[in-house]
Design a protein around this ligand. Structure first.
Ligand code: CA
Length: 449
């Protein structure tokens, strides 16, 4: 009864058929390229289940993440804020004694907000937001946790050489070491489905943070057998790992149907950054460059949302960003946000239902490494301060409406736009702080396995 009154008082939408607020599922791929899923045009990797999310929901053609690599994107996703506002601009080292490297503890997370609104919250997968006990998912808003704490993991085992400790730490269940019990990707899918069944009577938030298809490239044989049509070995292994993810998504969708939660659940899917082309077999075409850069290949990703009966199938062209998940989910849950909490994301629902026709964002911003490389885009143009190792120092301007591949720098012929966008960037940049921690030094180059 109390819930019903709460709903009537706070929900900005009619209650669902089940008379309850929607469940929220966020499915994240890790290092998946722009062109590596069927709904983005991939021909060599069958992804029927991911495609069904896009087909029965909304596919974003200008879907972005807030950073071109793993941990900062996750910090932005879970806070709804440009992560440079709180110094989370690099990857945290895996060190259970390092209290600085991780999502700052004063930042409010989406699971915390949903938890306080009465949602059950669970994560299956990769964390990568700090390794001290205080940074643990169970202390940052999740009721249940199954996964690993670092930035990547071996897909078959949880013990190995000390120098690669991060990738061989024990898988955990609710704070205790636990066997994965299966190929890691399949284990995360299994746990996601179990969470849904366990909480079918209760609104929930489920964050499925697959580490696939991030390296090491270790497909299970059963998936590799389905990728035999791909000649290139790197691409074949990569494709097999994407298929494992897609199978998992299929199981999640099937579990929602079995539990009659299909129409009561909103699902977001995206990759956490662009593909690291040449490293894991990913393909970002037609975009320029790859993970780690503020060119489109680093930040524009496969991105779709699905809520049967509430969001009509469509293709949405205005730019959106991973930061939008937080306010969208919080609004659906009728969650009360802390006063003075500055959210950079936008509640997308009115834009997706057609209640609002205008673009959700006037500008989107990116900043890399404390400032030496950055980008800003408005609806049409994108101004880029090139990556530090590119050898270029001049600003570049691209017209993304007819040059998605950022092939033609038009800065010379559009000085007014360059100057205007630069000013908007500088204003935004002044609101940020320097990085609070540095990324760990890259390990010696792993052999392509
Ligand atoms: Ca990543």
């Amino acid at each position: 009864m109390q819930r019903r009154q709460f709903l009537a008082a706070t929900a900005a939408f009619p209650v669902t058929a089940q008379d309850r607020r929607p469940n929220v599922i966020v499915i994240l791929a890790d290092d998946m390229g722009y062109n590596d899923v069927g709904f983005q045009g991939a021909k060599d990797i069958p992804t029927p289940h991911l495609d069904s999310i896009a087909k029965t929901g909304v596919r974003f053609t200008n879907g972005y993440v807030s950073h071109p690599f793993c941990s900062p994107t996750r910090a932005g996703l879970l806070t709804g804020r440009y992560q440079q506002r709180f110094g989370h601009e690099n990857n945290p080292r895996y060190d259970p004694a390092d209290a600085v490297s991780g999502l700052p503890l004063d930042q409010v997370t989406l699971p915390q907000v949903l938890q306080s609104a009465g949602y059950k919250t669970g994560i299956a997968g990769k964390w990568h937001l700090g390794a001290t006990p205080a940074h643990h998912p169970l202390r940052r808003g999740f009721d249940e946790h199954f996964g690993f704490i670092g930035g990547g993991h071996d897909y078959f085992q949880a013990n190995g050489p000390e120098e690669k400790r991060e990738y061989f730490i024990p898988i955990e269940r609710d704070g205790k070491p636990a066997p994965a019990g299966d190929y890691l990707t399949d284990a995360f899918s299994r746990e996601a489905c179990a969470f849904i069944r366990r909480h079918r009577e209760h609104p929930f938030f489920l964050y499925v943070a697959y580490n696939t298809p991030h390296t090491p490239l270790q497909p299970a044989d059963k998936y590799l057998a389905r990728a035999g049509h791909i000649k290139d070995e790197l691409r074949r292994k990569y494709a097999a790992m994407v298929m494992a993810l897609d199978d998992g998504v299929g199981k999640i969708l099937a579990t929602l149907r079995e539990t009659n939660l299909d129409s009561g659940t909103i699902i977001f899917f995206m990759s956490d950054n662009g593909g690291p082309v040449g490293i894991n077999g990913s393909d970002n075409s037609p975009l320029r460059n790859s993970k780690g850069t503020v060119y489109e290949g680093g930040i524009r990703v496969p991105f779709a949302v699905r809520w049967p009966g509430r969001i009509m199938p469509a293709v949405y062209h205005h730019p959106v960003i991973s930061l939008d998940v937080f306010p969208t989910a919080a609004a659906l849950a009728g969650a009360k946000l802390p006063k003075n909490l500055q959210i950079d994301g936008v509640d997308l629902l009115p834009h997706l239902t057609g209640a609002k026709q205008e673009a959700p964002h006037k500008y989107l911003h990116w900043r890399w490494g404390g400032g030496p490389s950055w980008a800003i885009r408005d609806g049409r143009y994108k101004l880029v301060k090139p990556p530090v190792n590119s050898g270029k120092t001049d600003l570049e301007l691209f017209d993304l409406t007819n040059d998605i591949g950022e092939t033609k720098d038009i800065s010379d012929s559009h000085p007014k736009i360059v100057s205007e966008l630069r000013q908007v960037h500088e204003n935004w940049n002044r609101e940020l702080i320097p990085p609070r921690f540095e990324s760990p030094q890259p390990a010696a180059k792993k052999k392509k396995a």
